[in-house]
Ligand binder design. Structure first.
Ligand SMILES: CCCCCCCCCCCC(=O)SCCNC(=O)CCNC(=O)[C@H](O)C(C)(C)COP(=O)(O)OP(=O)(O)OC[C@H]1O[C@@H](n2cnc3c(N)ncnc32)[C@H](O)[C@@H]1OP(=O)(O)O
Length: 270
């Protein structure tokens, strides 16, 4: 590959990384409003970089590319089916909208990036991630084969206080023949409700999850999870969730969750 092609490719990759990290910066800022200092520590390291407008050389971009190494699992990959892509596009197109004057501005939704260990990429988290179970990886992001298990992307809507998740269940999640395991459904529900509660209230842990399974979910299909805030009471955040087909017409599962705000001390103490 020629020197020029190499530089061009580097540049393209770095621009992609900037876009992704820029999005995280906005999300991080929004999320941090409701966070105490401990969760701020968990935000990705990149959120503390200077404004992207100051980046003007290929060399700087190459460094950025190196800094932005973590894989964002919420971005489309080759395993995503047409339903997954369609719904991703539907919500993603509402993250940034164009005004009549042709200006770009934030829309009602934000895509939440997703890593296999957020702690590792947070400020100071490099050390913490070695101290606390260095081999640990987020359960839903620990299977490397694309499309084999949990393929999902989450979007949050601050005004409506809602969170949606587009979820494609892979072949390793089988329970009843040809259908998704109830434990896998519980896992994705806990992940979505937990992430939504974190977005609303800062760091939390699940203390209660109640699930009603109404219709089985075919393996390989894509479903939509919609989480809403029911109420907040002191340290408690009550959220509920419906799992439907992609049209929102067939109900598969319903759940409610109670999340209690915790400190880093709670996590370290166990
Ligand atoms: C960017 C990031 C993305 C993050 C993305 C993350 C995605 C993954 C999310 C996964 C989330 C999980 O699976 S978390 C893993 C599963 N969960 C756990 O292991 C939690 C285990 N439980 C605990 O450690 C503890 O219960 C704590 C620390 C959460 C709370 O204990 P505590 O601090 O002593 O608080 P405590 O007084 O007991 O409870 C506080 C209030 O909640 C009420 N309460 C407590 N438990 C219950 C209960 N089961 N049902 C009803 N109410 C309850 C109490 O009555 C009290 O109400 P009142 O008197 O104030 O009215």
């Amino acid at each position: 590959m020629s020197f020029y092609r190499r530089q061009q490719r580097r540049c393209q990759n770095a621009q992609g990384a900037q876009k992704m990290v820029g999005g995280m910066f906005q999300i991080g800022r929004e999320m941090s409003k409701g966070f105490n200092s401990s969760i701020r520590q968990q935000l990705p390291r990149q959120t503390l970089h200077p404004p992207w407008s100051s980046i003007n050389s290929v060399r700087t971009m190459a460094v950025l590319q190196w800094c932005s190494n973590p894989r964002d699992f919420s971005l489309p990959n080759s395993s995503w089916g047409s339903d997954m892509r369609r719904l991703y596009e539907h919500f993603n197109s509402q993250c940034e909208i164009e005004t009549e004057a042709g200006e770009k501005k934030w829309g009602p939704w934000r895509r939440l990036p997703s890593y296999n260990r957020s702690l590792k990429y947070a400020t100071g988290g490099g050390i913490l991630s070695k101290v606390i179970q260095s081999k640990a990886r987020l359960f839903t992001r620990s299977i490397k084969e694309k499309g084999a298990a949990f393929e999902y992307v989450m979007f949050v809507n601050k005004v409506e206080q809602k969170c949606v998740c587009v979820f494609q269940a892979g072949h390793l999640l089988e329970g009843p023949p040809g259908h998704v395991h109830g434990g896998a459904i519980a896992t994705i529900i806990d992940t979505v409700l937990g992430t939504h509660a974190t977005y609303l209230s800062g760091p939390v842990m699940t203390v209660n999850l109640s699930i009603n399974y109404r219709r089985p979910i075919p393996l390989g299909s894509t479903v939509l999870l919609t989480s809403s805030l029911d109420k907040k009471e002191g340290r408690k955040t009550f959220v509920s969730c419906q799992v439907t087909d992609t049209e929102g017409s067939k109900l598969h599962t319903e759940a409610t969750g109670l999340f209690v705000s915790v400190t880093v001390e709670n996590l370290l103490r166990g």
